[in-house]
Design a protein around this ligand. Structure first.
Ligand code: SF4
Ligand code: SF4
Length: 425
């Protein structure tokens, strides 16, 4: 029997071009080889043997795997999936910076230590001093990484909620590695909201990185290592009714464990069980907070725009839930209206912003212009990579618009409530 052709999906392409307006890389440089259609042609050339794996891998490296093209294509072509299959054959090499980052984020102990050092670096004034000096310019890659670090914030980091005496559900909260490293308020704010919604919150111990960056670069061995560690953390945690992630990319990745590990004799079953328990944070919180009559004050601004994490929007189809959650706030919510900006990737793409900094900046510029055009004080987002990338871009342009994780905004608004009605116990 003939072996199935992994790239057969590419033959469905009719070259109609419907995918071009939604592709952030093509929109930013008008280069056909950076379009979904061009990428499909490269895959076809590889399949026909007219292009080597090396040549194909180099050109396909600029794809963000955002999946906007999957939704736009009337013929059912899946360019991002084809690119991922290709990367499975030849993984993207790690850059020096992404290698350092993974050394930290793969291990929860190292992440916690690095996060403490980072907070000291910002709070001590050393960050301000270094940014004002010329020293960082001597090492451009380090300067690029440092520029991504969020600005120092004086507002206190919330405490995790105590174990409730009564709860209606027990849920696990997976705190993403990038959020733990760069955004120390995200996990406790999320846990507090879940507690407010009546949940006992379990934090699985030993969870490092879910493997998302390795999945995207095609490094299957490293992805499996991280997936195994995540499943072990769950095997050692008490049983839960649902699993929530404070980082959108972790939810996407862990939902994909079931398929990615379906042939693994030991992990297939636990992977299926874990994937089935992942639920969207905003969709989970909204009915529970509403049922309890929770009221909210100011989130720290008068208007807010939601920035979709592209893989959550196009991969999981989650669009309305975070918007409806933001609508509980006493703030005007604006949609992005500039052509091509709604749901478009911001250019962060995990370590894409380190691997292709120029592309990432060019793609971000369009997104920032669309955000600025709304006049919003706040941008809500659910993925730490997007938050870092957008925040750095806004800071660089001198904008006063703040980017916050959606759970942080909602928790801030809860803390700022003044004349709330009686809440149900
Ligand atoms: S990938 Fe789909 S939308 Fe794009 S050119 Fe081919 S058939 Fe048309
Ligand atoms: S996944 Fe995103 S960046 Fe890649 S081809 Fe599709 S739309 Fe373009």
């Amino acid at each position: 029997m003939d072996k199935p052709d992994p790239f057969a999906n590419a033959t469905l392409c009719t070259h109609c071009g419907y995918c071009l307006p939604v592709c952030p890389t093509y929109q930013s440089d008008n280069d056909e080889t950076h379009s979904p259609r061009g990428r499909v042609s490269i895959i076809l050339a590889l399949r026909n043997g007219t292009l080597s794996v090396d040549e194909a891998a180099r050109t396909l490296s600029t794809c963000l795997v955002c999946r906007a093209c999957h939704v736009a294509c009337p013929a059912g072509v899946k360019p991002a999936k084809l690119v991922s299959l290709m990367r499975g054959r030849q993984p993207e090499p790690a850059t020096r910076l992404s290698h350092w980052l993974h050394l930290v984020t793969d291990h929860p102990g190292r992440t916690a230590l690095a996060a403490r050092l980072l907070r000291w670096y910002q709070a001590s004034g050393l960050q301000r001093l270094l940014r004002g000096s010329r020293l960082l310019r001597l090492i451009p890659p380090l300067q690029r990484l440092e520029a991504l670090l969020p600005r120092h914030r004086a507002d206190p980091i919330p405490e995790f909620p105590p174990r409730p005496l009564q709860s209606t559900a027990r849920v696990a909260l997976l705190c993403g590695c990038m959020a733990r490293l760069f955004h120390p308020r995200t996990a406790p704010a999320t846990a507090n909201l879940l507690a407010l919604a009546g949940c006992e919150v379990v934090l699985p111990q030993g969870f490092g990185c879910c493997g998302a960056p390795y999945r995207e670069s095609g490094d299957r061995q490293a992805f499996l290592r991280q997936a195994r560690a995540t499943l072990t953390a769950f095997a050692n945690a008490p049983p839960v009714d649902a699993v929530l992630c404070d980082s959108a990319i972790c939810a996407v990745t862990i939902q994909g464990y079931a398929r990615a590990l379906s042939h693994d004799p030991q992990l297939a079953q636990p992977a299926r069980e874990l994937s089935a328990r992942i639920v969207d944070l905003a969709g989970y919180l909204l009915p529970r907070l509403t049922a309890r009559g929770i009221r909210f004050g100011s989130p720290g601004g008068q208007s807010v725009t939601y920035h979709d994490h592209c893989q959550t929007r196009y991969g999981l189809g989650i669009i309305e839930e975070p918007r409806k959650l933001l609508d509980v706030l006493p703030a005007t919510r604006h949609e992005l209206v500039a052509p091509g900006s709604i749901g478009a990737c911001c250019g962060a793409g995990g370590v894409y912003m380190l691997r292709h900094p120029e592309h990432a900046r060019a793609i971000r510029a369009d997104k920032l212009a669309a955000i600025q055009a709304t006049g919003s004080d706040l941008v809500a987002a659910s993925n730490p990579g997007c938050i870092l990338h957008l925040e750095a871009g806004l800071a660089e342009s001198g904008s006063r618009t703040q980017v916050r994780h959606i759970a942080e905004l909602i928790w801030t608004a809860y803390r700022n409530r003044t004349n709330h009605t009686r809440e149900k116990p």
